[in-house]
Design a binder for this molecule. Structure first.
Ligand SMILES: *Cc1c(COP(=O)(O)O)cnc(C)c1O
Length: 416
């Protein structure tokens, strides 16, 4: 959950007043952000682009992945992850998640086939994937690792920033993410060759602006450059991302500490990798039965991970029906080169993942919550949990001053 306000208004105003809205040659907002974000992440190269979807496609294309290749994606992610694979001409193979609701390293190991070239671990809801295991499996099978860190801006894994651990990382700065500029994205890497290809994907004409490189042959791609207005907002956002994450972590820790005693009754926090570096955008609990999760969200304003409407493979319409492009001749699902890739999907192919998702409830944290609101939330969570684990009768449950859950976050929240 981002915080946006006067600082961003000033930054945009200043950018407009400067009259310099194009990043190359005239402005320096995008370039400044790329340098600062690289430093923040601890990577060599950052390239801004127009969306997270584009950042993912730029990365897959940069890796040289295309027709004839498979890329492993988790059963639970925003549909942009598999769509980016198809946009590059390759075929996404859907693999199970585990109780952490991130991709299962064992499932990745099992799913690798002769055509598999890469895996996309998605740090879903800001929760880190098991990166040590994934990197080990990837190394064993010689796979590229592209971290989808779109929902994980500011999070880490064992002291390193999410998005910086794989061969490449992709970020989104849309309305729903920890840092926003309305719409935007970034692709990051330590590899200069991958960076050069990603930059060409984002702007096929970049050599005109930044200078020709005799060793590099540009290729055609759809342009998706960021503007200086986005760069200006992101520079302001980067100034307070650390504070935002700190306040989310503090809220999450308070909730987890106060509900720890309910674990013995079956109200258990979902397992999480590298909890000390968590983005903490959600407090997640996994029940033993989907029915208890449904009862919980009826009592306390929260969300079942399996019912968000666009994050489970069963909801990826185009992917499931193999509609891989606007023009049939460009549809990877129909291409001769992809004949040996695993191209068919079934609604029940990852039934185990759906079961986990339907038992997992998510309570969003929010940097705008006051200490009083947090303690009220804790009281209500405890009371609702007692009912769901059968320790209190539904009639005993009275919700007091419920803090509404802003699950969509369509409004810009002005602070300061
Ligand atoms: C938001 C998101 C994307 C895509 O980002 P856009 O900026 O909306 O294109 C990709 N993957 C995940 C996991 C996301 O949450």
């Amino acid at each position: 959950m981002y915080v946006i306000g006067e600082k961003e208004i000033e930054a945009v105003t200043e950018a407009i007043r400067s009259g310099k809205l194009f990043r190359y040659g005239v402005g320096n907002q995008c370039e400044t952000f790329e340098r600062r974000y690289a430093e923040f992440l601890g990577v060599q190269h950052v390239s801004l682009t127009s969306s997270g979807t584009n950042a993912l496609t730029a990365a897959i294309t940069a890796m040289g992945i295309g027709p004839g290749d498979e890329v492993l994606v988790p059963a639970h992610t925003y549909m942009a992850t598999p769509i980016a694979v198809v946009s590059a001409g390759a075929i996404p193979v859907i693999v199970d998640i585990d109780e952490s609701i991130t991709i299962s390293p064992e499932a990745v190991d099992d799913a690798v086939g002769p055509r598999t070239r890469a895996v996309i671990p998605v740090h879903m809801w800001g929760a880190a994937c098991d990166m040590d295991s994934i990197m080990a499996v990837a190394q064993k099978h010689n796979l590229f690792v592209l971290e989808d860190a779109c929902q994980a801006v500011g999070g880490g894994y064992e002291g390193r920033k999410l998005g910086s651990l794989g061969h490449m990382g992709a970020f989104s700065f849309n309305y729903y993410k920890n840092m926003t500029c309305g719409e935007g994205g970034a692709v990051v890497t330590n590899d200069p060759a991958l960076d050069r290809r990603a930059k060409c994907f984002i702007d096929p004409c970049h050599f005109y602006w930044t200078g020709r490189d005799e060793d590099f042959k540009p290729f055609c791609a759809s342009g998706s450059r960021a503007s200086e207005l986005e760069g200006a907002v992101l520079n302001a956002q980067l100034d307070h991302i650390a504070d935002t994450i700190d306040s989310l972590r503090s809220e999450k820790q308070q909730i987890l500490a106060a509900t720890r005693h309910l674990a013995d009754f079956g109200f258990c926090p979902s397992p999480i990798h590298s909890p000390d570096h968590d983005c903490a955008t959600q407090v997640m609990y996994s029940f033993s039965a989907a029915e208890s999760a449904r009862q919980f969200v009826d009592l306390f304003p929260s969300v079942i991970a399996g019912t968000t409407g666009r994050h489970n493979y069963t909801e990826w319409d185009q992917i499931l029906i193999g509609a891989g492009a606007a023009h049939p001749a460009m549809n990877p699902y129909e291409m001769e080169a992809n004949r040996e890739c695993r191209r068919s999907y079934a609604e029940d192919m990852c039934a185990g993942s759906l079961d986990i998702l339907n038992r997992t409830v998510m309570i969003p944290t929010d940097p705008r919550h006051t200490p009083q609101e947090i303690s009220q939330m804790i009281q209500n969570i405890e009371a609702a949990a007692m009912v769901c684990v059968g320790k209190a009768a539904p009639d005993d449950f009275v919700i007091t001053n419920a803090v509404p859950v802003d699950t969509q976050k369509f409004d810009v929240q002005i602070k300061e």
